[in-house]
Write a protein that binds this ligand. Structure first.
Ligand code: NAD
Length: 391
């Protein structure tokens, strides 16, 4: 099969097996280039197949030398269809980790389901005994509450008044004003159900009662606050409500970890190009400008560099500080005044004619395609590949 990108809106429906492997290998090499450091020895990563979750699994496995268990929601290949990118990423990670003599188990299933929790806990008990780190990095559109059977769908919307705002059509390179309607109460509550902290609490409860958490266990959930430019769609919108619920859950979990001397933190991260973030209105335009400004000012980080720093300097170091709410603030470089003032200046000027000059739109597109394994040097994208690679 010759695999080319097939883009539908903000998703690519194909993934290149060899390219995904190259993407994972490059992230592993990036971590190895910075050397090993003491940290986790056994980690569970929920949302392990892409974005910050994959980066976390790679830093745990190749920075700290940990055995890892990952959970994601990815589709295997068929005879005439490629797998999802995350499925190939998982195979590439497992091969590389096993090549280094580390355990790497991956479960593809619904992380919100009790059945998945039971399978994962059984695997921890059997293969690892205990874990000392849980990274909560799910980004999902839907959650079925396993206790009630009720299904919730998140709505990424502002609250209160409609929001008229600039937005970017990434494929066409057009900047135009869009109007986003506000969420109603049901949509807001549903988004909290999907992206809030309840499921994180339930994972910890289940792991605690199965006695598979090691003394000194740490858990971290990822969050975003962002700047004033994205505030109405993010931190003051439905997603912000969900992330406030994650903060609540961190405090609740912390109080339950006392007996094992554990720690529960929220880490606030920078914006990166991921499958989840490109689906949020406004954010692609903000990121395209942000990345250009951060590159010009020498403070840009890729997702793997960012998570590597979070682990070394934050989770297992003391160079990244906490804020008044106890959250680890790895996002300080994005929110630096020098960056935000320049992003705001460009935001006011940007239109379809000058987008190329004011932003890194081309790199944004390249990074988006890289998520699906496209655009890597040394890969012949006109050659036949086996979509079943890794099965
Ligand atoms: P992503 O889309 O790259 O990855 C999401 C992961 O969740 C994938 O592994 C996917 O398979 C998994 N997943 C989705 N639904 C699932 C389900 N039902 N069961 C099991 N796995 C499921 O997302 P990302 O951008 O890396 O986001 C991860 C976390 O980081 C989120 O909490 C997000 O809010 C946070 N964050 C992201 C950014 C950003 O700019 N991307 C910034 C700050 C914080």
């Amino acid at each position: 099969m010759i695999v080319k990108p097939r883009i539908r809106g903000f998703i690519c429906t194909t993934a290149h097996p060899t390219g995904c492997r190259a993407h994972v290998d490059a992230q592993i090499a990036s971590v190895q280039g910075r050397g090993s450091f003491p940290g986790t020895r056994g980690a569970l990563v929920l949302g392990c197949s892409g974005g910050f979750g994959l980066a976390s699994r790679i830093v745990a496995g190749f920075g700290c030398g940990a055995d890892t268990i990952g959970v994601s929601f990815e589709k295997p290949p068929g005879l005439k269809r490629t797998a999802t990118a995350g499925w190939y990423n998982n195979r590439a990670f497992e091969d590389a980790a096993k090549g280094q003599g580390r355990q790497a188990l991956t479960f593809d299933g619904d992380a919100f389901a009790d059945e998945t929790r039971e399978r994962v806990i059984a695997a921890i008990a059997k293969h690892m005994g205990q874990i000392d780190l849980l990274v909560y990095s799910l980004a999902a559109p839907v959650r079925t509450n396993p206790r009630t059977g009720e299904q919730f769908r998140s709505a990424i919307k502002p609250l209160g008044e409609p929001l008229a705002v600039k937005s970017l059509d990434v494929n066409k390179g057009e900047v135009r004003e869009i109007v986003l309607p506000p969420a109603d109460e049901d949509e807001t509550a549903a988004t909290v159900q999907v992206m809030g902290g309840e499921d994180w609490e339930w994972w910890i409860d289940a792991l605690l009662s199965a006695d598979v958490l090691a003394p000194g266990f740490k858990t971290v959930a990822y969050s975003y606050l962002g700047s004033d430019l994205t505030a109405r769609i993010y931190r003051e919108g439905t997603l912000g409500r969900a992330k406030a619920d994650v903060d609540r859950a961190a405090a609740a979990i912390q109080s339950r970890l006392g007996d094992i001397g554990g720690e529960a933190r929220v880490a606030v991260l920078k914006a990166i190009v991921s499958q989840a973030s490109t689906a949020i209105p406004v954010v692609p335009l903000y990121m395209s400008i942000l990345f250009r400004v951060m590159r010009e000012q020498g403070s840009h980080e890729t997702s793997i560099e960012h998570i590597d720093r979070l682990f070394r300097d934050g989770l297992y170091g003391d160079a990244i500080g906490g804020d008044k709410d106890g959250r680890l603030r790895a996002d300080a470089r994005e929110l630096a005044d020098s960056v935000q003032i320049e992003v705001r200046r460009r935001w006011d000027l940007v239109d379809s004619d000058n987008i190329g000059a004011l932003s890194d739109l081309d790199q944004f597109r390249d990074e988006f395609l890289a998520l699906f394994g496209f655009g890597f040097d040394g890969i012949d994208y006109d050659a036949d590949v086996d979509p079943m690679d890794g099965t």
